[in-house]
Ligand binder design. Structure first.
Ligand SMILES: *Cc1c(COP(=O)(O)O)cnc(C)c1O
Length: 342
C-alpha cells in the first residue's frame, strides 16, 4: 500500500512554506532573517517549528522514533490536518462508527467532506461486517476511538487489526484515554502497518488540557505530509517548554492515573446503588457513561446545584445517558449526595 497514492492532488504537488529558520540550520552569531524584534526577551525568537527537543522526549517515553511523531495544537489539529491532507472535498468521505467523539464529523464537514456513519454494535464494540459494508473506494479515513468517548470501552484489539489489514485507507485510532485503560494501545504496531495512525494527547492523563498539545504517531510518509501542511509555528515556545518540563515527570502522570482509576471504581460502585441509575457502563477511561431512568431530570437537578455533567442522551445508542468525568473524591461525593436526593 502506497500512502502517497491516497494524498490529495493539490497537497502532493504543494510547495510548502519554508520558515526563515529552515533556510539556515546551525548556530549563527547574528540572526537578521526572520524580522524578529532584536531586543532580548524569552520569546523574541520564533519557536522551533520541528519541536525537535520535545519530540525527542516523547520518542523516549513512547518508544517510537522522532520521525514517526507529529505534534499539533491539541489532537484536534491533527484530526483536521489528516482530513485536509487526504480527503478531496466533494469526492472523498470519512467513515465514523457512532456514538463517538464529535470532532471527527465536525472537522469533515468544515472541510466539505462527507461523513459516512454507522452504529457500533450493542456492546459498543466494532461490527466488522457493518464497517466493511459501509466504506467504498472514496473512503480515505476511518476514525476509531479506543477507549471510545462517550461510551468508555476499548475496541476489540483483533477487530481493529483486522480492519487495519483490510481497509485501503488510513485507520485513525484515537487513544486520548489510553493511559486509563487496562490494555496497551496500538503504538507497538506502527511499524507493521503504514496506514495506521494513532492519536494521543496531553489533555487527559497528563493534566495539561490548557496547554493544547496533541500527538499523532504514524509512518514517516504520513508524518511528512502533515508537516508539509501544518502552520509552521503551530506549537508555541511556552507550550514546548512546559510540555518538556512535565513530560520528564512521568511519575506524576502515573500517580494521577492511579488516583483516577481508583476513584472510577468507587464512583461506579456508588452510582450502582443510586435509585435513579439504570446502567453504569464499564469504563477504560476517566469518565463513566451512565444510563438513568430519566436523564433530563437528573441533568436538570445536577445543573441547578452547580454540578455539570455531559448530556449525551441525544446521541443514538446513548439514550438516557449522561457522561460523568471522574473528579476528586470530594467532587464525586458531592455528586453522589445530590443523586441520592432524586
Ligand atoms: C478529549 C479528547 C481529545 C483531546 O483533544 P485535544 O485537542 O488533544 O485536547 C481527543 N479525542 C478524544 C476522543 C477526546 O475525548
Amino acid at each position: 500500500m502506497n500512502i502517497l497514492d491516497l494524498v490529495r492532488e493539490n497537497i502532493k504537488t504543494l510547495m510548502p512554506y519554508s520558515p526563515a529558520r529552515d533556510e539556515f540550520t546551525g548556530k549563527a552569531a547574528v540572526y537578521l532573517d526572520a524580522n524578529e524584534n532584536p531586543y532580548p526577551s524569552p520569546y523574541h525568537r520564533y519557536p522551533d517549528s520541528h519541536q525537535y527537543q520535545l519530540k525527542n522526549i516523547i520518542a523516549g517515553i513512547k518508544g517510537v522514533k522522532q520521525e514517526n511523531i507529529f505534534l499539533g495544537n491539541g489532537s484536534d489539529e491533527a484530526i483536521d490536518l489528516l482530513i485536509r491532507a487526504f480527503c478531496e472535498p466533494g469526492v472523498d468521505n470519512v467513515l465514523i462508527p457512532q456514538p463517538t467523539y464529535g470532532m471527527y464529523s465536525v472537522c469533515a464537514t468544515i472541510n466539505g467532506i462527507e461523513t459516512k456513519s454507522l452504529q457500533l454494535a450493542q456492546d459498543f464494540d466494532l461490527d466488522i461486517s457493518e464497517i466493511e459494508n459501509s466504506y467504498n473506494r472514496n473512503t480515505k479515513l476511518l476514525f476509531l476511538c479506543s477507549p471510545n468517548n462517550p461510551t468508555g470501552n476499548l475496541l476489540s484489539f483483533e477487530k481493529v487489526i483486522h480492519i487495519v489489514k483490510n481497509f485501503k485507507g488510513l485507520v485513525v485510532v484515537d487513544e486520548a484515554y489510553i493511559d486509563f485503560a487496562e490494555n496497551g494501545g496500538f503504538l507497538p504496531y506502527l511499524n507493521k502497518f503504514p496506514n495506521l495512525v494513532v492519536l494521543q494527547t496531553l489533555s487527559k492523563a497528563w493534566g495539561l488540557a490548557g496547554l493544547r498539545l496533541g500527538m499523532c504517531f504514524a509512518s514517516v510518509d504520513i508524518i511528512n505530509i502533515l508537516n508539509r501542511i501544518k502552520p509552521p509555528y503551530n506549537i508555541s515556545k511556552p507550550s514546548q517548554q512546559i510540555a518538556e518540563k512535565y513530560l520528564t515527570e512521568e511519575s506524576m502522570k502515573e500517580n494521577y492515573v492511579r488516583l483516577i482509576k481508583a476513584e472510577r471504581q468507587n464512583l461506579s460502585d456508588a452510582l450502582s446503588m443510586i435509585k435513579a441509575v439504570n446502567v453504569v457502563f464499564p469504563s477504560d477511561a476517566n469518565f463513566l457513561l451512565v444510563r438513568f431512568y430519566d436523564s433530563q431530570k437528573v441533568f436538570d437537578h445536577l445543573t441547578s446545584v452547580g454540578i455539570i455533567v455531559r448530556n449525551r442522551s441525544q446521541q443514538k445508542g446513548c439514550e438516557q445517558c449522561l457522561r460523568i468525568t471522574i473528579g476528586t473524591p470530594a467532587e464525586n461525593k458531592t455528586l453522589i449526595d445530590e443523586l441520592q436526593k432524586i
